[in-house]
Design a protein around this ligand. Structure first.
Ligand code: 5GP
Ligand code: MG
Length: 495
């Protein structure tokens, strides 16, 4: 339901970039399993290899050998705009008068159609339905008229929406983050070069050193010889719109975003979850793997609570047990990839099996990061009840998801979201759980030490940090006018 591709860009002194790019994509595989691709440049020519499938299946050793040059960009794709077919696999590459471009995009533009119409008017022909090609053509167009930095700035002033991009322009590698910094992007030092990646786990995989986040609105240009990078702050809006869901679900727990280890954030959110909605039970159990850090934190806080409470806990009373009572079949794909609801339901049973002895006759608190459609939780409550649990309480490390994410797929999914038209009590009733509680938005903002106004909370408030047709914004944002509408507006201003 949310958007979460992975991007990487690498520039090295005199090593081939293909293998480091390949390893980084492995590190980012959780961000997209639909397709994978790499584009490189050897100073003369651009090379690319892009296919549907997992990283390990897409590239053979010979493919990596054929990707020549010490610079390049890579992408793993989770289906977003453009559909699930091979049409929109990335990086998107194109060669034109002033050189070749390769673009890897994490995010989603909300005005791609406007820009596409404008460019088509000027003779650009498009080969895919995706919005990344729109950025590529716009940039190609601007590069005919100005230098690299100015061309990027121009494109930036026309596109509206979320984007973390890694771009190759011949043998120059760049990273660009949208002015509100919706999706993550960081810079790492590799000793003999630099890497730009969606998550720091990719930097770790290359045995590099995380330097910092690319700032919202910042363009980072890596030196061709791997000796350094230049920074250009191309836009500085008053607010940012970081996706809180990166911390809750998307990012690897071992990644660091904005100097916070994601695992620690989730554990702290687990503490909050206990503090906001404690329930006395025998055993705290995570939904693997997404609920693990939350459940660890929840159990920690529960046991701390017992130690501190003078009357409730008797001397020597055992701690609340933390148990991995649901075993995962790791060969089953993500339930979301299954197309029909029926298949999704079957997939949950295929994926998770309870250890009966930990649940029989006991009160269980089941912890997960989020409820989207409600499929996972409904199935697991039933699974635990069937296995003999006496009570099943559900605690969720995110607020109710009430609205779609326009930074990604499933545009028309409001009806599918279990909480979009139900109270928490009504959701509990559907789940047939003994109790249900979500985490508050404030707990998330406080844990991240952010103002609510600097987060993208669209999926939990229904108000978005971008100007989206038919939706409300939670701030002053204006979609740039492009093409005819820009000309019209200028014309009207003259009247
Ligand atoms: P549900 O079964 O309620 O539809 O989805 C909730 C489960 O899906 C949770 O276990 C959560 O970890 C996971 N989840 C939440 N958001 C997303 C998403 O955008 N994509 C995928 N693949 N899984 C998600
Ligand atoms: Mg999950």
């Amino acid at each position: 339901m949310h958007e979460k591709c992975g991007v990487v860009g690498i520039s090295l002194a005199d090593r081939a970039a293909a293998r480091p790019l390949y390893y980084s994509l492995y590190a980012l595989q959780h961000r997209g399993q639909e397709s994978a691709g790499i584009v490189t440049h050897d100073g003369f020519q651009q090379y690319d290899h892009v296919e549907t499938g997992l990283v390990g299946d897409v590239f053979a050793a010979e493919d990596l050998d054929d990707l020549r040059g010490s610079v390049g960009a890579g992408h793993v794709r989770y289906p977003t705009s453009g559909g699930v077919d091979a049409c929109c696999a990335q990086p998107f590459s194109v060669s034109f008068k002033s050189g070749s471009l390769g673009l890897a995009h994490n995010g989603n533009l909300v005005n791609a159609a406007d820009i596409r119409a404008d460019l088509e008017e000027r003779g650009h022909a498009f080969t895919t339905r995706g919005d990344t090609e729109v950025i590529a053509h716009d940039l190609a167009h601007n590069l005919l008229e100005s230098d690299l930095v100015r061309a990027v700035k121009r494109t930036m002033s026309r596109i509206h929406g979320s984007y973390s991009l890694t771009i190759t322009h011949d043998d120059t590698v760049m990273g660009l983050r949208d002015p509100q910094g919706n999706r993550p992007l960081c810079i790492g030092d590799l000793g003999d070069g630099y890497v730009l990646a969606s998550e720091s786990a990719a930097v770790d995989t290359l045995d590099g050193e995380l330097i910092r986040e690319v700032r919202p609105g910042e363009l980072v240009v890596l030196e061709e010889d791997g000796s350094g990078f230049d920074s250009y702050q191309l836009a500085s809006p008053p607010q940012s719109a970081n996706c809180f869901f990166e911390y809750v679900y998307f990012a690897r727990p071992d990644s660091v975003i904005d100097e916070e280890l994601v695992y620690d954030v989730r554990r702290e959110l687990g503490h909050r979850l206990w503090k906001e909605n404690p329930v006395e039970t025998d055993v705290v159990m995570p939904v693997p793997d997404s609920g693990r850090a939350f459940a660890t934190g929840y159990a920690e806080a529960a046991n701390e609570g017992r130690e501190n409470a003078e009357n409730s806990a008797e001397e020597g009373e055992p701690n609340v047990e933390f148990a991995e009572g649901l075993m995962k079949n790791r060969y089953v794909g993500r339930t979301f990839i299954m197309p029909s609801q029926d298949e999704r339901e079957r997939a949950v049973r295929l994926k998770l099996n309870p250890i009966k002895s930990t649940v029989v006759g006991r009160s269980v608190t089941l912890i997960d990061d989020s409820i989207v459609r409600g499929t996972t939780s409904t199935q697991l409550v039933e699974l635990l009840q069937d296995a003999g649990a006496e009570e099943v309480h559900v605690r969720i490390g995110a607020p109710p998801i009430v609205a779609p994410c326009y930074m990604g797929i499933d545009m028309a999914s409001r009806e599918e979201l279990i909480a979009s038209d139900r109270t928490t009590e009504e959701v509990r009733d559907v789940l047939e759980a003994d109790s249900l509680a979500y985490l508050s938005i404030d707990a998330i903002a406080e844990t991240l030490d952010r103002e609510r106004a600097d987060l993208c909370l669209g999926c939990v408030t229904g108000k978005y940090p971008y100007d989206i047709d038919g939706e409300e914004s939670d701030r002053e944002v204006e979609r740039p006018l492009v093409g005819d509408s820009a000309v019209e507006a200028a014309g009207n201003a003259d009247d």
